[in-house]
Design a protein around this ligand. Structure first.
Ligand code: SF4
Length: 167
């Protein structure tokens, strides 16, 4: 997997101070994509898990990590993303994990794939759905278009229904 970028600290990619990893590669090709360059799986640099974990470890201001892209949960990236989240939790067990995906949670669950299901179990908040230009709304917090949802993943899975977080 390649990495399109990394922010050591951000408050605009989820609640609280967060590190943000942007993975490379996305199959969705949404019209109006803000990060078109990261749709290319070969864009950026080879993802060096340990290097990123070292940067996270040293930063006491952080409350969590956000994984964005690109598409973190496509079949090409999901395994390495899952491995990364697990490693992050070893060094920062209280970290809260947000993930941005162009897939809806229904699409991810219907994939019936163990790795994807395991990744969902490790994610606290999923901002789901493709970017839809006609539904673009700059007043929305933490999402680009109004079709996208900010989901409490654990409740969605436990209660088998869509549970959104009020932001
Ligand atoms: S899912 Fe996100 S990164 Fe992928 S094409 Fe759509 S807007 Fe761009």
């Amino acid at each position: 997997m390649n990495m399109a970028g990394f922010y050591d600290e951000s408050i605009s990619n989820g609640l609280g101070w967060r590190a943000v990893l942007f993975v490379s590669g996305c199959p969705h090709n949404c019209p109006g994509c803000q990060n078109k360059i990261a749709q290319d799986y070969n864009y950026g640099e080879k993802f060096d898990k340990q290097k990123i974990i070292d940067r996270i470890c040293d930063n006491s201001i952080l409350k969590g990590i956000t994984i964005s892209g690109g598409e973190p949960l496509c079949k090409e990236n999901v395994g390495e993303v899952l491995d990364f989240i697990k490693e992050v939790k070893k060094v920062r067990p209280n970290f809260n994990v947000w993930c941005y995906s162009g897939y809806t949670i229904e699409e991810l669950k219907n994939r019936n794939d163990n790795t994807t299901n395991e990744a969902l179990n490790e994610i606290d908040v999923l901002v789901d759905g493709r970017f839809v230009q006609d539904k673009k709304d700059p007043t929305l917090k933490f999402r680009g278009s109004s079709n996208q949802r900010i989901l409490d993943v654990h409740k969605c899975i436990q209660e088998n229904k869509i549970v959104q977080i009020a932001i």
